[in-house]
Design a protein around this ligand. Structure first.
Ligand code: BES
Ligand code: ZN
Length: 639
């Protein structure tokens, strides 16, 4: 399954860290080795960065809400290996008007071959610039047409305020090529700048720090942002709408629509403390500010770790901060993901698994071991279920996904999150917390602003943690964790006490319908979720009605609990839950909730299929492409 590392023989100036600005980080420019392993290559990009790599992107774009298009220019700085005549970019649907060579004082039009190859990857854009110096600059005039998959243009009715439209982007994993012509691969790092114009009164925010004053252009305004650290291209993100800001601490704050801002600020109130706790664990926060934006409910994910500006679903707002592990998770990506980045989507466990572990450590430091252990136990149970469903010998249950088994989205099968976290916890418990934390901290420090692969972390673990101790190596089973499917025998087990009370209550309920209404009131969100997972899946309408009455399920303000209730109800063809399910599916676009609810309906014969088709006919156009493409497959009977 493993491939042998083969050196790519890059000239030093083309190495992955060529664009690191050492002056901003107080580090020598070249601390980590050049990325040389074959498993760093990205089959989901047409770019050939070994020959010519984009090091900086400068955008000058106008947002047009009437046509749902983005137009303007992208000026790219390119570092070309001597003798290289062209740079290959990724594009999916971009309408390129012209490409100009700005390398010398005299601009010169360039020939572009945009092979039409409309697969998932889009098409390669080959910009032939001929022989010349190592450093080139090209300007691309283009439009991202309506339908660009990264972008979702919301109608006013889809916002809380109902008056103004809204726009947001989602780049990960391979969607940014639908609105930015660059090399769209996570092993590449680029600094960027963007000047964006939008109609008044909309405010634009991006995943970089705002520079200068907002420009007044009459009926429009221009906002400029800059990212001075080299980041992977999937991390460039934009949102625009009628939004307001509330500071939470000296370097943290939250954006939201005015109607949502108060609730958003309450739910994220601990963010400044989270940053402090994260820094204490694994080293300095290197991005300046940590702000968040709570988007309208159409956002297809729970959260997205866009640097300096995490994007969040409003569905994590529970009124009691019990789902703010989401913030801890996205913040943790400021180390695992944004600082040290999977070079390749086959290794997205390096982003998501390490982050899930880090998230739990933040939760533990801030809210104590009880909540942390409960959340870890929920995640462990999810891992067991996911791996059992996939089959313990299924190669997709390995952390490193072997070539050919998965698309760039495979990262969202929960396995890499939960198994990745258990892997980290297993190492922690084997070598002790202090030693493990020292190792993880140096991993972040020594690979800061660099892409990383499974082979690299394995090598690092062996060199800096195992250090030739063969007895320890045998106890750790590192290669089994990374490259083999299933759950290795040494997996750190969840705390058996975490759900002792809930599991006993669930057993009593299963045996004789004794609903735990008294205990429920005092339970944590994790305990309630555990109980819902343990409710026997086959329930009569009477049983569902009394469960709902006892626990107030259809009135809960907690969307994780509500989702589990709706899934249970729909799986039992429980008509009284239909209006609520329909309302939920008409407002919430979060794929993790939407796709399974449609899947549940589709599994319920003619009753469910008819409902699924009827509801989807109304809601499809309100979903982001990430969600609608998943639900399309569900309704096509694929799953
Ligand atoms: N980076 C992910 C979201 C993502 C992963 C988008 C892969 C596209 C492809 C983000 O950090 C994430 O993991 N979000 C989770 C929340 C988290 C608490 C598990 C989500 O959206 O549910
Ligand atoms: Zn994540």
């Amino acid at each position: 399954m493993r491939r042998i590392a083969a050196a790519l023989m890059l000239p030093a100036s083309l190495s992955a860290c060529a664009s690191v600005d050492a002056t901003q980080d107080n580090r020598p420019a070249m601390v980590a080795p050049v990325l040389t392993s074959a498993d760093a290559s990205d089959p989901f990009s047409y770019a050939r960065p070994q020959e010519a790599r984009v090091t900086r992107v400068d955008l000058d774009l106008a947002l047009d809400f009437a046509t749902k298009t983005v137009s303007g220019t992208a000026t790219l700085d390119v570092l070309a290996k001597p003798g290289t005549n062209a740079v290959v970019l990724d594009s999916k649907g971009l309408e390129i008007r012209s490409v100009t060579d700005l390398t010398t004082g005299t601009p010169r039009p360039l020939v572009v071959t945009a092979a039409r190859r409309d697969d998932d990857k889009g098409s390669p854009v080959v910009v032939g610039f001929g022989p010349g110096p190592e450093k080139r600059r090209i300007a691309i005039a283009y439009t991202a047409p309506a339908g660009a998959e990264a972008l979702q243009w919301l109608a006013p009715e889809q916002t809380a305020g109902k008056v103004h439209p809204f726009l947001f982007s989602q780049g990960q994993p391979t969607l940014n090529r639908t609105w930015i012509p660059t090399q769209d691969s996570p092993g590449i790092r680029q600094t960027w700048r963007a000047r964006i114009t939008a109609p008044k009164p909309l405010t634009v925010v991006m995943s970089g720090l705002k520079v200068g004053e907002t420009e007044d252009l009459g009926d429009r305004r221009a906002f400029t942002f800059e990212m001075t650290k080299p980041v992977a291209p999937y991390l460039i993100a934009i949102a625009a709408g009628d939004i307001a800001f509330q500071a939470l601490g000296p370097r943290t704050g939250v954006w939201a629509e005015p109607a949502t801002l108060k609730a958003a600020a309450y739910e994220t109130a601990d963010t400044e403390k989270m940053v402090a706790v994260a820094e204490k664990l694994y080293g300095p926060y290197r991005w300046g500010r940590y702000d968040m934006i709570v988007l309208p409910p159409a956002f297809p994910y729970g959260g997205m770790e866009n640097p300096t500006l995490t994007f969040l679903t409003p569905t994590f707002i529970a009124g009691d901060r019990s789902l703010n592990g989401l913030v801890a998770h996205e913040l943790a990506h400021s180390w695992s993901g944004n600082l040290v980045t999977n070079a390749n989507w086959a290794d997205s466990w390096l982003n998501e698994g390490v982050t899930s572990y880090f998230e739990n450590r933040i939760v533990e430091a801030l809210y104590g071991p009880r909540r942390a252990r409960q959340e870890a136990a929920l995640s462990f149970a999810d891992m067991e279920t996911d791996i059992a469903e996939a089959g313990a010998t299924n190669p997709e249950t390995a952390l490193h996904l072997p070539e050919g088994v998965a698309g760039p989205e495979a990262g969202l099968t929960g396995v890499i999150y939960d198994k990745g976290a258990v892997f980290m916890r297993t190492i922690e418990q084997t070598v002790g917390r202090t030693r493990f934390d020292d190792w993880l901290r140096q991993w972040f420090d020594n690979h800061a602003f660099q892409p990383a692969t499974s082979a690299m972390i394995l090598e690092d673990l062996n060199r800096n943690l195992v250090r030739g101790d063969t007895a320890l190596a045998n106890r750790l089973m590192l290669e089994d964790w990374i490259y083999k499917p299933g759950i290795p025998a040494n997996a750190a087990q969840p705390d058996p006490a975490a759900f002792a009370e809930v599991d006993a209550a669930a057993a009593r309920y299963a045996a004789g319908d004794a609903t735990p209404e008294a205990a429920w009131v005092g339970w944590t969100t994790a305990e309630r979720m555990r109980f819902m997972a343990k409710v026997p899946q086959d329930r009569s309408a009477t049983q569902l009605a009394s469960l709902d009455r006892a626990l107030g399920l259809s009135r809960t303000g907690n969307n994780e609990v509500l989702f589990l209730w709706l899934k249970l109800a729909l799986a039992n063809r429980y008509d009284p839950a239909l209006p609520l399910a329909e309302r939920f599916l008409s407002t919430v676009g979060r794929r993790k909730f939407v796709a399974p609810l449609f899947e549940t309906l589709m599994g319920e014969g003619e009753w469910g299929r008819a409902q699924a088709k009827r509801i989807y006919a109304k809601t499809r156009s309100s979903y982001h492409a990430v969600t609608s493409s998943a639900v399309d497959k569900v309704l096509a009977g694929g799953k």
